[in-house]
Ligand binder design. Structure first.
Ligand code: HQG
Length: 180
């Protein structure tokens, strides 16, 4: 991704996941923002966007972070939200036996005590494979990958969802389901 695209991607992540109000934007409960409103709100803050640029960011996003509605009028982040405006009605899914969580070694003591918590986000994010989880963990420091007994959690009543980009979501993971 070009520098400009990366910069726009970060801006879109910020307003579509975390702080839409910082530019006076409103998201609906499914996370959708009207594209014309987004462009207008951004322009008022001196951030000049246009449709081709936004489309290029959406299409080239390595993790497929965003989606544009079928009618072309709306955009949303597919996961990673902390904004209270958003409560996406993800469809419940049966998870595979194991899912993986990449984190940094310095968090392990705390995770072994409290389990995995969503923190500021709405969900704990889990990966379907170890390579992806390692990359997620690397963002925070020396990576470590935890193996989550997802199917056992599911059989114990925990709900799992999968975002459009394949990231698995659950509200919290108790210590008993975490292995290394
Ligand atoms: C850790 C990226 C201490 C948790 C990725 C993680 C992902 C605890 C950090 C998405 C803890 C939160 C999300 C506990 C959890 N004690 N630390 N009890 N429970 N943690 O960034 O999963 O590039 O909010 O292990 O690809 O790293 O943004 O979550 O290290 O899909 O599109 O607290 O973000 O996608 O960090 O990443 P984050 P995450 P994007």
């Amino acid at each position: 991704m070009s520098h400009q695209n990366q910069d726009v991607s970060k801006f879109l992540s910020y307003v579509l996941r975390h702080q839409p109000e910082s530019i006076g934007l409103t998201l609906d409960s499914e996370g959708w923002a009207n594209l014309d409103s987004l462009i207008a709100c951004a322009a008022k803050k001196g951030r000049i966007l246009d449709l081709p640029l936004i489309r290029s960011v959406v299409e080239n996003s390595d993790k497929k972070r965003f989606s544009i509605s079928d009618d072309g009028g709306y955009i949303r982040a597919v996961q990673g939200h902390s904004s209270k405006q958003v409560d996406i009605s993800y469809e419940e899914q049966t998870p595979p036996q194991y899912l993986y969580h990449g984190t940094a070694t310095r968090f392990i003591v705390s995770i072994n005590q409290d389990g995995l918590l969503a923190g500021s986000r709405q969900y704990v994010h889990l990966s379907a494979d170890i390579t992806t989880a390692t990359a997620v963990g690397q963002r925070h420091g020396k990576p470590v990958v935890l193996t989550i007994d997802a199917l056992a959690m599911y059989q114990n009543g925990f709900k799992f969802y999968q975002a459009d980009n394949g990231v698995w979501l659950t509200t919290a993971v108790p210590v008993t389901f975490i292995g290394e």
